[in-house]
Design a protein around this ligand. Structure first.
Ligand code: NAP
Length: 539
């Protein structure tokens, strides 16, 4: 009887997918330099495939490093996502040759392995190889498997020593939980993750749940599957080396998510503090139902160790509704604003059976007020000076609402100007303010002017929400837009020698407040600012 010793580690494997030996060599070099722990030779990408070519490639890779790197050799069937169509006979020849040449793993499609002629040849080659192992893989490029657990058992029944590899496309982030459940429950070695943008987190969480391998590409141009991250992203942004089963998870819930700077900021601060915590981008498409489903999925799986979330467009209201429906605490002003931008999962049980408590906060309004009043962070108005301060708010969306709530709570006298006047009227009614249309800006009289619209944001950096002739002596101008930090509005205000406050300070203040809610500790604001500025300069 064969005994397998299961080592609970996740190899970071980089696919080598090149059309010829020369380019394969370059990719191998780049992958080794980037810190790959394993290479997957995707021989189905090689033009003029032959067993000699594969043998040469394996020999070269094995000689390329002092201590030989582990190799998976794959010759993927075109029907299972292979690059070039090669006959089955040749594909099996390649794999048996690879085992003879010292590859540690060969990857065979489960469906093809079930064919007697293939199975016999693979089994013979495995029995003659000192250390060769079999990965039996199956892919669904469209959607989830009909019954992933049954499929997993069938693979193991076909060859108990195999490492099952089950990969499917997640069409929504909620599709990932089946993969997580399988990884969590199954003992032994397996590779399970999801493809597609919605499946991205499964490639990172794979390490926490001890998937045998996770795959990453050398760079964005050489990905071999949708949603694959680069080795640089995994290691630098997501601190791959530090992830283990105890890692606590956090993330930003948004749609779209690609632009978010929050993973970079929070992960940099977790690293700075040496915390075993990881912050993920969580793309939640759909409305309240999908949002609720995601949080239910997370809360019911305590072992995933999710502890908190930043919440942004379009889910801030959904977050509030979720906390209210689940008996959690909502910060009173967040309730008045009608938006929660931070969720914290508590250790206490909630009033609802078997559930952890979940609490909601809004760090936007306090962050904005702090930007205005904290001299240390570039604020220009004393806190006590907010009472009866005349304020013009431009915009009537989510950010305007949070700032109006905070300022009206502090006793400021506010007038809201908005393109859609009805929206300004509604917001003004909720917080007992005045309102006007943008045409009335010519009569603007205010000590503090705050732009809460997206006007002036990248790429329309020459636009300004307030014509320069309306900026008057003695005004303080605060632009919540942070990309770019120096907007046209702020540049024009500076030319008139007015005091200015940039949106970066608000952005950083709200992230600092979230970090405190998540960890109880204070993050380094300079590190946060540097991370944001670096990210923006790369975009
Ligand atoms: P939102 O709810 O979509 O509201 C957008 C606001 O901008 C609305 O008042 C809208 O007017 C107005 N607007 C959009 N395009 C306009 C145009 N061409 N001319 C005039 N008004 C226009 O968005 P939000 O969540 O409040 O975010 C607004 C901005 O705040 C963002 O774009 C971002 O730059 C900034 N922000 C900053 C931070 C920070 O931490 N610094 C955080 C979040 C957001 P209508 O009502 O007429 O559509």
């Amino acid at each position: 009887m064969l005994l397998y010793l299961f080592i609970t580690m996740t190899y970071l494997a980089v696919p080598i997918a090149a059309p010829d030996l020369g380019r394969a060599r370059q990719q191998v070099k780049a992958a080794l330099a980037a810190g790959a722990e394993m290479l997957e030779l995707r021989t189905d990408y090689l033009e003029n495939l032959s067993i000699d070519l594969v043998k040469n490639l394996i020999d070269e890779v094995k000689e390329a490093k002092g201590s030989p790197i582990r190799l998976i050799v794959t010759c993927r069937d075109k029907q299972q996502g292979g690059a070039l169509a090669y006959p089955q006979q040749l594909r099996i020849d390649v794999l048996t040759t690879a085992l003879k040449a010292g590859a540690e793993f060969v990857d065979v499609e489960f469906e093809n392995f079930l064919r007697t002629e293939n199975q016999e040849r693979i089994m013979v080659a495995l029995s003659q190889s000192a250390r060769g192992r079999l990965i039996l893989s199956t892919h669904n490029f469209k959607t989830k498997f009909e019954n992933i657990n049954k499929l997993y058992r069938s693979i193991l029944a076909a060859y108990p020593g195999a490492i099952p590899k089950l990969v499917y496309t997640a069409n929504h982030i909620n599709d990932c939980f089946e993969a997580f459940d399988l990884l969590y429950r199954a003992s032994g070695e397996q590779i399970v993750f999801c493809m597609g943008e919605a499946g991205l987190i499964s490639r990172i969480i794979a390490k926490k749940l001890n998937s045998f391998v996770t795959f990453a590409s050398i760079d964005e141009q050489s990905t071999t599957a949708p949603g694959q991250l680069t080795i640089g992203q995994l290691k630098e942004l997501y601190r791959y080396e530090h992830i283990n089963s105890d890692t606590e998870l956090f993330g930003v819930i948004a749609d779209p998510i690609g632009h978010s700077l929050s993973p970079a900021i929070h992960n940099a601060c977790f690293a700075d503090k040496g915390m075993n915590k990881l912050y993920l981008p969580l793309l939640i498409e759909g409305g309240q139902d999908k949002f609720n489903e995601f949080l239910d999925n997370v809360i019911l799986r305590k072992w995933l160790n999710f502890k908190g979330f930043s919440v942004t467009i379009p889910h801030k209201h959904n977050a509030l509704a979720y906390v209210q429906a689940n008996g959690g605490f909502v910060e009173p002003l967040a309730q008045r604003i009608g938006a929660v931008n931070t969720l914290v999962i508590g250790n206490r049980a909630s009033s609802i059976e078997h559930r952890a408590s979940i609490n909601g906060y809004n760090t936007d309004y306090a962050a904005a007020l702090d930007s205005v009043t904290s001299a240390r962070r570039g604020g220009k108005i004393r806190k006590a000076g907010l009472k009866n301060l005349t304020v013009a708010i431009i915009g009537a969306g989510g950010v305007a609402r949070a700032i109006v709530a905070g300022l009206s709570d502090a006793g400021a006298r506010i007038k809201i100007y908005n393109r859609t006047v009805k929206r300004a009227e509604k917001l003004a009614a909720d917080f007992a303010c005045e309102f006007a249309s943008l045409d009335d800006l010519q009569d603007l009289e205010a000590k503090l002017l705050i732009n809460c619209t997206s006007v002036g944001m990248h790429p329309n950096v020459d636009a300004t929400p307030v014509p320069k002739e309306h900026l008057k002596k003695g005004m303080v101008i605060f632009d919540t837009v942070y990309n770019p930090a120096q907007t046209q509005l702020l540049k024009q205000a500076k030319r008139k020698r007015l005091k200015t406050i940039d949106g970066l300070s608000m952005f950083i203040n709200q992230a600092l407040a979230q970090f405190k809610l998540f960890t109880g500790q204070t993050a380094d604001p300079k590190l946060m600012r540097k991370t944001v500025v670096d990210c923006l300069s790369r975009k």
